[in-house]
Design a protein around this ligand. Structure first.
Ligand code: ADP
Length: 206
């Protein structure tokens, strides 16, 4: 068991170089917040969910492969997901920082990302976790289903996505916690207040 490392010393990601991982359960508002943070910091926002949806919209071969998984609320296989990320990262300059949104979602992906970043001379500077209670997430996802007509927002699929997150993605948090890289932020409240909390977490690490 790794010793617990105090976050303030390790979690100063502004100005230290390195990439940031942004995690959180479905419906927590990760996408909205990641976009805002990346924009104000000049980081590249790399959302695997968005990249997959873009392939589906363009009806590419990859899009056809991943659609069945997304429609059921299941994760796309790790090898497919890691290849997509590798491909995207190869187009990004070494000094441009990346905000990973929705990746890694499994421990195997986290291990693959470590290898990928090491090969490219990059590293993970911090991991931000945006959190909210399950009933709040369920309610938000249900209303988004009505508003955006996302095929992965039906009631059964929503419940499945929340379960899959608990089973497969929570262990990824422990993976990074052991390295003292994790910072948790409360995702309940007004969008702009949450952006402020995230910004403070990034700047102060406290
Ligand atoms: P949300 O955060 O609301 O679940 P995303 O846009 O991040 O939405 O992801 C939508 C879907 O895309 C996921 O439910 C999953 O099927 C697929 N997906 C996204 N990222 C990954 C990943 N890293 N590994 C496997 N599947 C993924």
């Amino acid at each position: 068991m790794a010793e617990s490392v105090s976050a303030p010393d390790t979690f100063k990601v502004h100005g230290t170089g390195g990439d940031l991982i942004f995690m959180g359960p479905p419906g927590v508002g990760k996408g909205t917040q990641a976009k805002a943070l990346a924009q104000e910091s000049g980081w590249i926002h790399l959302s695997t969910g968005e990249l997959f949806r873009d392939h589906i919209r363009r009806a590419t071969e990859l899009g056809r492969t991943v659609k069945t998984f997304l429609d059921k609320g299941e994760y796309v296989p790790d090898d497919v997901t890691v290849e997509l990320v590798r491909d995207r990262l190869e187009k990004i300059g070494p000094s441009t920082r990346v905000l990973f949104d929705g990746f890694p979602r499994t421990v195997a992906q986290a291990e693959a990302l470590d290898r990928l970043l090491a090969d490219m001379g990059r590293k993970v500077a911090g991991v931000l976790i945006l959190e909210a209670p399950r009933d709040e997430l369920y309610a938000r996802l249900s209303s988004r289903a009505t508003a955006q007509h996302r095929t992965d927002d039906t009631p059964e699929v929503i419940a499945n996505r929340l379960d899959v997150y608990d089973e497969q993605t929570r262990p990824v948090i422990s993976y990074y916690e052991d390295r003292g890289l994790v910072k948790r932020v409360n995702g309940v409240g007004r969008v702009k207040d949450i952006t402020t909390r995230l910004r403070e977490a990034l700047d102060n690490g406290s």
